[in-house]
Design a protein around this ligand. Structure first.
Ligand code: LIP
Length: 270
């Protein structure tokens, strides 16, 4: 039986290798391979090549495990474990050369569904900043091997809050309305552009809180565990598991101030 710590090291090793590959491809020049949900939702050729590198490496290391990736879809599991992968989280940042993108790799137990899965380990690697965030269930969270913890004792009015917006223009307008309501009640808002790095920023105390509507499972699988292992609460609508309807992450006290407002606004969408 492979331990959570051993799974974490597999995730970190493969994520670092994939991140180095993606960085090199960026330096070679980025090509848009296709647009997905909208013209602004681009996928680069490097996204697809990086995901294939990750898939091949994980298949070699853990041949009986399943795979769920942003670009290549799902592959069944014989072991009960599934690797959930975003090869380049922060694709638009990657395309523009903004140094806020990451390879995100998590391994979950059970169905690859955020509503029911149990995340065992994860790694998020930003190769431009040479930062590797890791966590395994019960073992804490680390940045480049050093333990990290969330900020505590921060009230909403002094909170630095991260968020993000969808690729659909009408969804962005609605998301912006909540930000418009919140921005006068917090220290400030940050829009980093990669959910995995938003969640790692909460874990490392670089953000006090983060919320977003519309995330895919691969956007938050690893970052949510890293945030939780650093002391953050992470939850969605009505305090249930985070999913595409809502994710809120913050230390418990701040979570209790922010989540009710986000829950009320975004649950009204459903
Ligand atoms: C991104 C998310 C981010 C969100 C962006 C985009 P991608 O994922 O990580 O939080 O605000 O719109 O969805 O598409 O770069 O993998």
């Amino acid at each position: 039986m492979t331990s959570n710590a051993e799974l974490r090291e597999i995730a970190a090793t493969v994520a670092r290798r994939a991140a180095a590959f993606a960085l090199q491809r960026r330096q070679d020049g980025v090509e848009i391979a296709a647009s997905k949900s909208s013209l602004s939702d681009i996928v680069t050729r490097a996204d697809r090549e990086t995901e294939q590198l990750v898939r091949d490496a994980l298949s070699a290391a853990r041949p009986r495990d399943g795979f769920l990736g942003e670009e290549s879809g799902a592959g069944g599991s014989e072991s009960g474990l599934t690797w959930v992968v975003d090869p380049i989280d922060g694709t638009v940042n990657y395309f523009y050369g903004i140094p806020a993108w990451a390879v995100s790799i998590a391994v979950v137990e059970g169905d690859p569904d955020p509503a029911t899965w149990r995340t065992l380990a994860g790694a998020v690697v930003n190769p431009v900043l040479k930062e590797t965030f890791t966590a395994s269930a019960g073992d804490g969270a680390h940045l480049n091997g050093t333990p990290i913890r969330v900020n505590t004792g921060v009230d909403l009015e002094l909170a630095l809050v991260g968020t993000g917006f969808g690729y659909d223009a009408e969804v962005r307008r609605r998301q912006a309305r909540f930000v418009g309501e919140l921005i006068g009640d917090v220290r400030d808002i940050r829009r980093i552009g990669a959910a995995s790095l938003d969640l790692c920023s909460v874990a490392a105390g670089r953000l006090d809180a983060y919320f977003e509507r519309g995330l895919n499972p691969w956007d938050h699988a690893a970052g949510a565990l890293i945030a939780q292992e650093a002391g953050s609460r992470v939850a969605g609508i009505a305090g249930g598991p985070a999913d595409n309807r809502l994710l809120v992450a913050a230390a418990p006290g701040l979570f209790d101030q922010l989540h009710p407002r986000a829950d009320a606004f975004f649950s009204a969408w459903d």
